[in-house]
Design a protein around this ligand. Sequence first.
Ligand SMILES: [Zn+2]
Length: 432
Amino acid sequence: MLLKDIRFLITQNPDRDVLENVDVHIDDGRITEIGDNLTKDGEVVDCSDRIVMPGLVNTHTHVPMNLMRGLSDNKVLEDWLEEDIFPAETCMDEHSTYYGTLHAVIEMLKTGTTCFNDMYAPEKPVADAVHEAGVRAVLARGMTDTDGDADDKLQESKQFIEQYEDHDRITPAVAPHAVYTCSSELLQRAKDQADTYNTLYHIHLSETMHENSKCEDKHGRTPTAYLDKLDVLDDRFIGAHGVWLTEHDVNLLKEVGAGIAHNPCSNLKLGSGVADIPRLHAHNVPVGLATDSVASNNNLNMFEEAKFAALLQKRRDPRIMTEQDALDMMTVHGAELLGLDNEIGSLEEGKQADITTISLHDETLHPFHGTRGLLSNLVFSFHGHVTDVYVQGTPLRRNGNLQTIDSDTVKRECRRHATRIHQHTQDLHEQQ
Ligand SMILES: [Zn+2]
């Protein structure tokens, strides 16, 4: 396939080149050539009115929770989880998890995301949906042992990893939920599993001040220092949130090359706070952008997330978190965080053809003042609805139309499950 006459190609390569009027040739799922006047056999897609950029990378999600959009607002994390989300999750089954995932994938494809890093339980229906829809994902069976039982969960996690370790779009990972929902034994056994299979270790980290103070009361350390003591920090460690990291924590992450998934909207909506991203950048701690689930966001639009991420840091100093910084966080830095930067995150010869294309006719991209202005529009004014999305060169969305998912069926099934979840949480609240 040939993407022909691309008006602007945002490569996100090491020089951050934005090329004009170029062609991209794709063969067998990879970008084989970028250049002028390429002629190849196969399909030709006219991109003369398109921006072409890398597919976006969402580094922390719980995609089945698309069924819980707007279920509970106006609460702090602990109340939100205990009073509404955990009870709602008792209604989730394989069928609802599968359709919730497809609903999330539809939303992500609409807004240019081609890869996400997810933790949920069960995760098998998430993998089924990802496999069928054609997107890319890092997936892990989320684990807690507040009920005192970790063996079954570790076993399920192990089986999940073994089932998907050779999949070409699914990268399995290990995901203990958080220091406040996992025993030290589970946190360490999860690390052993991550070492055995050489996977990422994905965990919620210092999301709220409350999490930090509880951990300090119980273990005498911040969550990061506690995890360091348990010997689970390394360069395959991804902490989601990192809002309340201390200077010592940041240094611990830096020493081992661990990274942070930054969720600005969710952190604002649950009143958790604002992560200090410039400090992480100053210490060269990898940071990827993320939405968290729609239950606390309440959407999966990474363009919107990037704008929030930039504005939150600009509130103190408008010179930091430029449009280029925001674009890096949603593409190449996200790919680095997930250990996938040899394959995705930028558009370069040899990399996977995970691509988003955007119509230049969109009013929110007009007018633009040079290349920097174009990037500025993408981060600060674009509403986020993209035109085409490709993963491994396969079109998943074309001229705004889904190619692999029947959205009417997904919406119908999701409405049915959402009604059931709503009724269950209402009944619970009435009983209390
Ligand atoms: Zn989360």
